[in-house]
Design a protein around this ligand. Structure first.
Ligand SMILES: NC(=O)c1ccc[n+]([C@@H]2O[C@H](COP(=O)([O-])OP(=O)(O)OC[C@H]3O[C@@H](n4cnc5c(N)ncnc54)[C@H](O)[C@@H]3O)[C@@H](O)[C@H]2O)c1
Length: 367
């Protein structure tokens, strides 16, 4: 079968993980073009991609570099575009690519407004193209094991779950690029850092949200968005999710943890990036806790984790098999909607019922 032809738009920090994800799926994918408004950044990522291939003993043909993604999608034959620009540009670029008949993997968050995310989902469907959102932590082994236990009914009735993202993002992080922490292009720590775990919590606890209530504020960082947020989600099945998200933990990252509590099971996942099972207790006793703890993978190098490679693989298979990717546009929209609902709750001081209606990070300007 022919390899799928990939291109990446936005060649900043996270794009290295896209290079790795495409290179690690070399049997099925090849990178044909890179685009960044700063040409040098695209050229650097081209070198990194070729280094990943060289480590596997593979020689790659030339990768074409562009500064204008519209020119790139017109000139190149591309099957899948991966988008790793500032969050506020995701929607426009994804819509242009989908309308050009190209499948899209977009970084999280899918977008910054309900209208944009809805349009992206609709446009993917109308053009019969796949839309996948980079919530790569769903592919962590510890998370996959927990999801399997859930699908096998081992938790019994779900009661509650907690996501704690207790990290440090100091001003040197926000000063790396002017978009960070702004309502127009990013949002606060809930939208940027915590959305991965918000996605995991809703994936585990039942997906359909009833109500969101939040208290957020900007305590230490000189940014527009919040640097701390506490969120309570009530799901339609009655389960309750609690999120504690901070960019202010002194003096460095403390934990990224997900705990799921059911009538017959308790699982706590910790590690640098929700990658390590710390507690595994089930009434059925199918395996011992110590056995499970012994079989784990190690910590990843960065909080980005190991998930981009399997997420890209799942996208490739979804195109070949004519099915939806695991993290499709609808899933990415739910995670974003929860954050937007938290923002709306902050603004109004009230719990927010789903569906939340039209709302955007821009509605937070001045808050
Ligand atoms: N999945 C994850 O774990 C993860 C981790 C970090 C960042 N992200 C997400 O990835 C995105 C990028 O984050 P980053 O830290 O790499 O940002 P960054 O600022 O380092 O990189 C963004 C790049 O996009 C380029 N760009 C902007 N507009 C463009 C356009 N029209 N065409 C081509 N290039 C354009 C910029 O020049 C820049 O090089 C954000 O949405 C962020 O939320 C995801």
């Amino acid at each position: 079968m022919d390899k799928l032809r990939f291109a990446t738009i936005g060649c900043g920090r996270i794009a290295k993980k896209h290079m790795e994800g495409i290179a690690n799926n070399y049997d099925d994918a090849k990178l044909v073009a890179l685009c960044d408004v700063v040409q040098d950044k695209a050229e650097k990522k081209s070198k990194i991609y070729n280094e990943f291939l060289a480590q596997k003993g593979i020689v790659q043909s030339k990768i074409n570099i562009y500064r204008d993604y519209r020119e790139m999608i017109q000139k190149e034959k591309i099957d899948v575009v991966t988008i790793a620009t500032e969050s506020g540009y995701h929607a426009k670029i994804a819509l242009d690519c989908l309308n050009a008949g190209i499948n899209v993997i977009v970084e999280k968050p899918i977008a910054l407004s309900t209208a944009d995310a809805d349009l992206m989902v609709k446009t993917a469907r109308e053009n019969n193209r796949k839309l996948c959102v980079c919530h790569q932590n769903r592919f962590n082994k510890a998370v996959q094991m927990t999801r399997k236990a859930l699908e096998d009914g081992r938790f019994g009735k779900l009661i509650n779950g907690t996501a704690r993202i207790l990290w440090n993002r100091d001003m040197s992080y926000y000063k790396q690029a002017p978009w960070r922490g702004t309502w127009k292009l990013d949002g606060g720590t809930l939208m940027n850092q915590c959305i991965h775990d918000i996605d995991l919590l809703q994936w585990m606890l039942g997906g359909e949200v009833d109500t969101v209530y939040a208290q957020c504020d900007t305590y230490l960082r000189d940014i527009e968005g919040e640097d701390f947020g506490a969120v309570i989600i009530r799901f339609k099945n009655g389960a309750i999710g609690i999120i504690e998200g901070s960019a202010c933990v002194y003096p460095k990252n403390l934990e990224e943890t997900l705990s799921i509590f059911g009538q017959k099971g308790t699982v706590c996942i910790g590690g640098l990036a929700v990658n390590r099972i710390e507690t595994w207790r089930f009434e059925d006793g199918a395996e011992s806790e110590s056995d499970v703890l012994r079989r784990q993978e190690g910590d990843p190098d960065t909080v980005y984790g190991f998930g981009h490679t399997p997420l890209f693989k799942d996208m490739i298979e979804s195109i070949r098999e004519g099915r939806e990717p695991l993290v499709n546009g609808e899933s990415g929209s739910v995670a974003m909607d929860i954050v937007l609902a938290a923002y709306k709750s902050r603004k109004t001081g009230m719990p927010v019922k789903f569906p939340i209606g039209s709302f955007s990070t821009l509605d937070m300007q001045g808050c």
